[in-house]
Design a protein around this ligand. Structure first.
Ligand SMILES: Cc1cc2nc3c(=O)[nH]c(=O)nc-3n(C[C@H](O)[C@H](O)[C@H](O)COP(=O)(O)OP(=O)(O)OC[C@H]3O[C@@H](n4cnc5c(N)ncnc54)[C@H](O)[C@@H]3O)c2cc1C
Length: 298
């Protein structure tokens, strides 16, 4: 039986595993993919070569600690997790069954794509799903944000501090928040509700976005950046039936990354914490230390 099983190989899971191993816990990390969503970096024509700290680079030091420890890693998909007496049982798609005394869920979230021409080709070439990480690259440029919820509003506000013009293109009416009211008053933020995105334009880099306006008029807006901030789905289905989650499915954690179920901790995008590698690295470490304390006190 393992002391700790970590599900997820993104920033939260990898840092949790590195921290747990440093605490000499018998640890297993199970992931479909190594590196999670950080395996993607933004390149822009005019800022190539500029010094930026990528999520990939931040994570690398922790990942290197695990690279030679084959026995702590398992590349597989977890299909079921259940509590059993004083421990947890984890089943995988390849037919493995593992048991652990504590669990860290770091399975991330699925970003909702636009699913329009140009999107897949221009990811990392002006098209981003991570405003916190990439907003600073768009200083003085025109950008579009697609979405209507809180995450889209935060992204638009963050970009408004740097960009020349922000187009907030909301497929549906903006969720009512104090920030929505503020955004509507900002002179360099144009909010349009009821927009349909048809295409992200550009050959090598984003050059614009083609939309249908609420009155049916077709418009091409020249922008250098497109930030897709549609609703995302936390990958919490493995524990949603027995661990408390919010209405959107985020696992609810306390300040120590502990969930409602003793011995189960969570970190990263599967919780409500802002989607930024830097924060998830900290939370992964925190979850592992909390699991260590939990195991000490059992
Ligand atoms: C396209 C894109 C680009 C981004 N770029 C940046 C950036 O440059 N800088 C930045 O700070 N932030 C960036 N972000 C945000 C950042 O990548 C995420 O917030 C971060 O990766 C979340 O870390 P995580 O560990 O919670 O989950 P993830 O990175 O999503 O990792 C989840 C892990 O869980 C595994 N997993 C899920 N379900 C299962 C299962 N059932 N069984 C086994 N394994 C499972 C996955 O394979 C993966 O290894 C980006 C996000 C996206 C979508």
């Amino acid at each position: 039986m393992y002391d700790l099983i970590i599900i997820g190989g993104g920033p939260a899971g990898i840092t949790a595993a590195a921290t747990a191993i440093n605490q000499r816990l018998e640890t297993l990390i199970i992931a479909e993919r190594w590196g999670g969503q950080t395996t993607y970096a933004m390149q822009l024509e005019e800022v190539e070569g500029r010094e930026t700290i990528t999520g990939e680079a931040l994570l690398d030091a922790f990942r290197r600690q695990l690279d030679y420890l084959d026995f702590v890693r398992c590349f597989d998909t977890v299909t079921r997790v259940r509590p059993e007496e004083q421990h947890f049982v984890v089943d995988t798609a390849q037919g493995n069954r593992f048991e652990g005394q504590a669990l860290i869920i770091a399975t991330g979230a699925k970003p909702q794509r636009l699913n329009v021409p140009g999107e897949a080709r221009l990811v990392g070439r002006g098209l981003s799903y991570a405003a916190d990480a990439h907003a600073s690259l768009f200083l003085g440029k025109d950008v579009a944000v697609v979405g209507n919820g809180r995450r889209a509003q935060w992204a638009a506000a963050s970009l408004a501090r740097r960009a020349h013009q922000v187009y907030l293109l909301a497929p549906e009416p903006l969720v009512t928040t104090p920030l929505a009211r503020k955004l509507r008053q900002m002179p360099h933020v144009e909010v349009t509700e009821g927009v349909t995105v048809r295409e992200v334009l550009g050959e090598k880099y984003v050059e614009g976005i083609a939309v249908t306006m609420p009155d049916g008029q077709e418009r091409e807006i020249p922008v250098k950046g497109v930030f897709v901030k549609l609703a995302r789905t936390p990958n919490s289905e493995l524990v949603r039936d027995w661990v408390d989650c919010d209405s959107a499915g985020h696992i609810i954690v306390d300040a120590y990354c502990a969930t409602s179920w003793p011995g189960v901790f969570a970190a990263g995008d599967v919780t409500l914490v802002s989607e930024q590698v830097l924060l998830h690295i900290g939370d992964g470490a925190k979850a592992a230390i909390s699991a260590y304390h939990y195991l000490l006190m059992r």
